[in-house]
Design a protein around this ligand. Structure first.
Ligand code: ZN
Length: 70
């Protein structure tokens, strides 16, 4: 038995990130899952900012997309 926390690298920066801190982010477009990323809090905040910028540019023209965050 191990009491070490589960640690896996962040998909953004590669830093080891424990499950307790990591955010799993699923991007789906038209109900199809197109992207899943496991991110540390820093990369997560970054990603959200970029996503919102991109969505603002498209202004409703990008179909039915949504982010699911676990
Ligand atoms: Zn990261």
């Amino acid at each position: 038995m191990s009491d070490a926390p589960t640690t896996e690298p962040c998909d953004g920066c590669g830093d080891p990130t424990t499950d307790a801190l990591a955010r799993t982010l699923r991007l789906s477009v038209d109900r199809a899952n197109i992207d899943t990323q496991r991110l540390c809090p820093d990369c997560f905040a970054d990603w959200i900012r970029r996503y919102q910028d991109r969505m603002a540019d498209r202004d409703g023209d990008g179909g039915d997309s949504e982010i699911i965050i676990d």
